[in-house]
Design a protein. Structure first.
Length: 378
């Protein structure tokens, strides 16, 4: 630089005019350099202002979009809350109806249970009374007339409980003037079944009370003769062709005596079978009457076959309606389950979107606005 000024001073000394020209040129160069520097600074400022304006614009757009996202999120959240409330109300209504029906059925079952408990209490009271009635039964069996009345009463109780009214007659008079203890009317106007309850119990009672073997043997022989004579009397009195059935029942009012007859007097039982007289105990009479009842029921069912067919058809219709209603109920429960699944899916989506929004990191927006904006708009 010192050498430059020395040369410039030498030039001025030799040629002042040339020095002025050189000085002017240098000055012009300096002015041009200064103007170029200012132009670069102005362009730099304009670029900076343009970038700042672009950043402001992007920030405004981002704020607008965030506001839009917030509004959409709020609207969807309100819609979801409303839909959830409606579906929960519907589900509560259906569940409440099911609970009401269950409560009603439970109340009915408890009522039936209470009735059964009441029946059991009455049965226990009757069992308590039965102990006293056993003593009365012993007094009845010790008297001949009372024994006959006891056998007749027990037979009538079995018949009355098992057969409907109109299917039997007590002490009815036959065409020959005899009066059997009971007539069971068979279906299709067939001959009536005769039941005799005048069983000779005296000799059997003496045999049971005998203290030694001789008296027991004598009472047994008498019981055998009485039973054989009574079987013959039934055959002679009550067998009327076309009016009475070809078989008659001889009712024995005691299961133990019935067992003794079959054990100690099998020949009399065989003779009675050949004469078509069946010796029956209370349990066998009950079973026989049940068979007659089944026959009568079968006859009535055949007479009412069209009614039964109509009832069966209506029953099948009721079963079909019951099945359809069960399917509808199953469909409602399935729809409610599906609605709850959809609600859970929507809740999971909202949670994931909220997590993504929270992870955007708005505190770094001033450093990298464009990258943040691109991540947000996806």
């Amino acid at each position: 630089m010192t050498e430059f000024f020395e040369r410039f001073s030498a030039i001025i000394a030799r040629d002042p005019q040339m020095a002025a020209i050189v000085f002017g040129a240098v000055l012009a160069i300096l002015m041009v350099a200064l103007l170029m520097q200012r132009s670069r600074e102005r362009r730099t400022a304009e670029v900076a202002e343009a970038r700042m304006a672009e950043l402001m614009r992007l920030q405004g757009e981002m704020a607008g979009r965030m506001q839009t996202i917030a509004e959409v999120f709020s609207t969807r959240q309100a819609d979801l809350a409303r839909a959830l409330s409606e579906r929960m109300d519907g589900l509560a209504h259906r569940v409440g109806g099911g609970m009401t029906e269950s409560a009603r059925m439970t109340a009915e079952q408890l009522a039936r249970l209470n009735e059964r408990m009441t029946t059991i209490d009455r049965a226990q009271a009757r069992m308590s009374d039965l102990a006293g009635e056993v003593l009365e039964l012993q007094n009845i069996l010790s008297n001949k007339q009372l024994r006959g009345a006891f056998g007749q009463g027990r037979m009538e109780a079995i018949i009355s409980d098992a057969l409907p009214a109109g299917q039997f007659s007590f002490q009815a008079t036959l065409s020959n003037g005899t009066r059997p203890d009971c007539l069971v009317h068979l279906p299709n106007d067939g001959p009536s079944l005769v039941i005799d309850a005048k069983f000779p119990l005296e000799a059997f009672e003496r045999r049971r009370q005998a203290q030694d073997e001789d008296n027991r043997q004598a009472a047994g022989n008498q019981a055998k003769r009485d039973l054989a004579k009574h079987v013959a009397d039934i055959r002679q009195r009550y067998f009327l062709p076309g009016e009475t059935f070809e078989t008659a029942f001889l009712f024995v009012p005691s299961e133990s005596i019935f067992a003794d007859i079959h054990e100690f007097f099998p020949d009399v039982v065989d003779r009675a079978s050949r004469l078509r007289v069946l010796i029956v105990s209370p349990s066998l009479l009950m079973l026989s009457v049940q068979v007659v009842q089944a026959v009568l029921r079968d006859v009535r069912m055949k007479e009412q076959a069209h009614v039964i067919q109509s009832e069966v058809s209506q029953l099948m219709d009721d079963v079909a309606r019951l099945r359809d209603r069960c399917l509808n109920l199953q469909k409602h429960f399935g729809q409610a389950t599906g609605d709850l699944d959809q609600i859970l899916i929507s809740a999971d989506k909202i949670t994931r979107r909220g997590n993504r929004i929270d992870a955007l990191g708005f505190e770094d927006a001033g450093d990298r606005p464009r990258a943040v904006f691109e991540r947000a708009t996806g």
